[in-house]
Every structure is written in C-alpha cells, then in structure tokens.
Design a protein around this ligand. Structure first.
Ligand SMILES: Nc1ncnc2c1ncn2[C@@H]1O[C@H](COP(=O)(O)OP(=O)(O)OP(=O)(O)O)[C@@H](O)[C@H]1O
Ligand SMILES: [Mg+2]
Length: 498
C-alpha cells in the first residue's frame, strides 16, 4: 500500500506520476437541466496514457476541469460522487495536475513568452534559478523557438497552443490533462506537439489524459481509451486496438473519428465556378503594426467555389482572410470586389463602411468566444437574418432549421458563452451562414468537431457554396480540404502554391 499523501509532504511528491479517479462522479452545470457527466466510475493508474473520446458536448472538458480542481469555484454547478488526484480532492492537489485548456487564447497571461511559461513554476514556489532552466527546456520541448522576449500577443493560434503546453510542462505535474491540444495546429505541428508530449511522459512517467477527436494521432502513444456517450456516461474502456476494432462501427456511428471510418460528403463539390466575387492582385498582407508577410498572392475567388487556405501555423492565413474581408487594408497590392459583389459601391472593400461589409461578407474568426453578441443561442442565430430585414416568421423558420442541423436545438435557450468548444464553433459558423453572404470567410471552421457534427457542418457550408457564395476557408483539417474544397491555396514562407 502506498502511504497516504498529506499536505505537508505533497511537495516532495511533485513530479511523481499521479493517480486520477472518479467514484460515482457527476457534474451538472448551473442553468442546465442535463448532467454534463453522470455516474462516472473510473480509475487511471499512475503513468497510464489515456485518450478520452466522445461526441461534442459529452462532458470531456468538464471532466478535465473537475480533475484540475477548477470546477466549483467560479464554475458553478451541482455535483455527485467524488473525484480524486492521488488521495486528495483535486482542488487540494495544486501543481499535481497540469491542464491545457481547449481555447489557447484563454491561456496567455503574460506579455512575454518566457514570463508566461515561468508563471506556473513561480506560483508553485520553484527557486528562481531553476525556473529559467525549466522555461527553456519546456519551450524547446514544444518547439517554440521564438525566444523568451517574444510578445505572446504576436503568436499565431498554433503557437499559442504550444505556449500553453510549455507553461504546463514547466510545472512538472504528475498528470498532464490536455484538452484538444492540437486542434489549431497544422499537421506537422500536431505531430510535433504529440512527440513533445511523448518525450515528456517517457522521461517523467507522468500520467496522461488527452482529449482529442482525431484518434489517429494519439493511437500509438496511448494504452487506454475511454469513451463518453452523448449523455455523459462512460460507454467504453479498453486498449485502443480492442475498442476500435471491436466497437469501431458503433463508435463511428456515435461520432467518434475511427480511423478508416471517417465521414464523407455525399458528393464532392464540382468545380464549375460562377461569377467572380473578389480578386487579389500582387497582394501582400501584414499583421497589425507588423511587417508584410513573405508571400505575394494573385488569385480570384468566385461564387460556387470553396477555396481552402492552407499552410503552416503563423504563415498568415488568418491575416489574409481579414484582408480579403476588407477588415484590414492590404500592405501592398490590392483586393478588388467585382461589380457583382460591390453592387454599385466604389473602391476597395477596406474603404467600405461596416454595414456595407456586413451585407456582403460573412466572417468567422479563429476564436469563436470573442464573437457572440446575444444572450441565447437562438437569439445569436437570429441577429444576422433580422438585420437583413426578414420577417419574424422567416427568421424563426430559418433559425429553427439551423438549430437542428447544428445539433444545438436542445441548447436554444442556453447562453452562447457556456457552450462546449465544439458547440461554440458550430454556433459561430452558423451565425455567419445565416445571412447567406456572397463571400463567406471561415477561419478553421471544423475544429473541435466529432465526426457527426463535422459532417452536418460541412454539408451546411457546402450548401451555401452551391447556392452561389464564394467560400474561403483557412483550414488545417486535411479531411475538410479533401472533401469540401474545390481549390487549395497553399501559403508558405517561399510563396503561394496550389
Ligand atoms: N460553463 C458552463 N455552463 C453551462 N453549461 C456548460 C458549461 N460548460 C459546458 N457546459 C455544457 O455541458 C455539456 C458538456 O460540455 P463539455 O464542454 O464538457 O463537452 P465536451 O465533451 O468537451 O465537448 P466538445 O467536444 O464540444 O469540446 C455541454 O452540453 C455544454 O453545453
Ligand atoms: Mg471540450
């Protein structure tokens, strides 16, 4: 028997692999009728490597938050049963588990990269001279080689994800809880982060509990898979090989991305383009106050097309999307609207007024949280159609249809800010689709989706394209690019390819 760990000797156990367990545990978020997680009995032994799967909204993030001791403070709700980290309540096991949240934007707290990574160890009282060697080691482990003094706000989404992981690694926790750590990364970056995690747990023996929708990346690293069902109960527990072989069909039907059973669109979009909407000529783009990015773009974007913008993290896909939407002026060259799109307006889109942009461009930013304006999911979807002057009956019918297809009908009355990560993303794409804009710009539209919600979301986007919008989507989702794009523009530091 291991001796009980009391608070006075917790510090000496820092770094030793942690045991995570749930005994009849459940959590119901304040304001919700349904329990997010229910009657969970599971025990994860020190050093086990576990992949946690389940459809969007099944309670994966809630369980991680519970184990990290962050439920019950600011996060209100009702609980049943117990959770333990070793023998302690999670809130008493400070520093024993390191949680990397689903939204990398919510992580960076300090202005500079080095200080941000040092924040955790400083809080744990790690001696100063040790902090900086930990910081450097953690930054190297995640492959973030921008230097300690680099500004955190100048990092791309994927770089922020690496930063968040480095911040947790620097605390040397006994368990790593990772909530979709690669959702915003390019495929090479996703493999790098996975390898970094592998190296850390090989070296430290730390327990790993990772949530991710795409199974293939983690399949070989983990030795156990847990699956939550849509109702938040545990529906499968076993080795990856057994679970995916024996229950692959059933799990795929429930929305798990089972390798070899990925969803397909009914038909690939045909490439017959309609009228041109926007063109870029010798276009250079730049981030706010930054230098122009190293590539130059000549391209046209037409109705009936879905153009996928691909390329490594930080290459400028999001900045290009903002520039094409008229929200950021070009650094050089031009963005021109066709007469069809301009409808009588003169000049380049970045000179148009916001109302003129709004009725022509629909835009979904990379971080959905920063976009919501209404108090309920239903109202959020109604904002756009209402501003176009549709009658209340039309708005209601339209919103009702979207709620169903986005899998959000049961959450129509919920506050958008309380949705799960995948639910938020579907809502923000839905709000942009709702006005049927002539040009639809989407930044990572499919991240965080289980296989079923992915399929209905991609079908919706493709309908908008087929009805005559130009769709431009920055995406790392190779599956989306393969199934739904008519053209691919690959941005690299060396130039633009297709
Ligand atoms: N702060 C909150 N307040 C109210 N309800 C919440 C809150 N956070 C999550 N929920 C709800 O609890 C349920 C489980 O959410 P959770 O975020 O744990 O799901 P998830 O499995 O991580 O989903 P995803 O794959 O989309 O990230 C969802 O129905 C969600 O809307
Ligand atoms: Mg989640």
């Amino acid at each position: 028997m291991t001796p009980p760990v009391t608070h006075s000797d917790t510090a000496t156990h820092l770094g030793a692999p942690a045991r995570l367990s749930a005994h009849g545990w459940g959590w119901r978020h304040a304001g919700r009728r349904a329990w997010a997680v229910r009657a969970l009995d599971v025990s994860i032994e020190p050093g086990e490597r576990v992949l946690l799967l389940g459809p969007s909204g099944s309670g994966k993030s809630t369980l991680l938050a519970g184990l990290a001791g962050v439920l019950g403070g600011a996060e209100e709700g009702e609980t049943e049963g117990t959770l333990r980290v070793d023998r302690d309540q999670p809130a008493a096991a400070r520093g024993r588990v390191g949680l990397v949240l689903q939204d990398p934007e919510s992580h960076a707290v300090m202005a500079r990269v080095g200080d941000d990574v040092a924040f955790g160890p400083e809080n744990l009282g790690v001696p100063r001279d040790e902090i900086w060697s930990r910081v450097d080691a953690a930054l190297a482990a995640v492959g973030l080689d921008v230097g300690r003094a680099h500004s955190t706000s100048a990092l791309s989404g994927g770089q922020k994800q690496r930063l968040a992981l480095a911040g947790v690694l620097a605390m040397r926790p006994g368990a790593l809880l990772l909530d979709e750590p690669t959702a915003n990364l390019d495929p090479a970056g996703a493999r790098e982060v996975r390898d970094a995690v592998a190296e850390v747990i090989d070296r430290t023996g730390a327990t790993l509990l990772v949530v991710e929708h795409r199974v293939d990346l983690w399949h070989d690293l983990v030795n156990r898979v847990l699956v939550l069902g849509a109702d938040g109960s545990l529906i499968a527990d076993g080795t990856p090989a057994r679970i995916l072989e024996e229950r692959g069909a059933e799990l795929a039907a429930g929305g798990v991305w089972v390798p070899g059973r990925e969803p397909r669109l009914a038909s690939r979009p045909a490439g017959s383009a309609g009228p041109e909407m926007v063109s870029a000529t010798a276009l250079r783009v730049a981030r706010e106050r930054g230098r122009p990015l190293p590539w130059t773009l000549d391209a046209t974007f037409s109705a009936g097309e879905t153009v996928a913008l691909t390329g490594p993290n930080g290459v400028g896909k999001s900045t290009l999307a903002l520039t094409l939407a008229g929200l950021v002026p070009p650094a050089a060259g031009s963005v021109d609207a066709s007469p069809e799109l301009a409808g009588g307006l003169a000049g380049a889109p970045h000179r148009w007024r916001s109302r003129e942009l709004l009725t022509r461009f629909g835009m979904v930013f990379q971080a959905p949280e920063h976009q919501f304006v209404a108090a309920t999911v239903r109202e959020e979807l109604a904002v756009g159609p209402r501003s176009l002057g549709l009658s209340e009956a039309e708005v209601e019918a339209h919103v009702g249809g979207l709620l169903d297809r986005l899998g959000l009908a049961a959450l129509a009355g919920a506050n958008p800010f309380t949705l799960s990560g995948g639910q938020k993303r579907r809502l923000s794409v839905g709000t942009a689709l709702a006005t049927r804009p002539r040009v639809l710009l989407l930044d990572e539209p499919t991240f965080g989706q289980d296989a079923l919600s992915w399929a209905s979301l991609v079908e919706l986007i493709d309908e908008v394209r087929a009805e005559g919008s130009a769709v431009i989507a920055a995406s790392h989702d190779e599956h989306f690019v393969r199934e739904a794009a008519t053209t691919q523009l690959r941005l690299t530091a060396a130039g633009v390819g297709s």
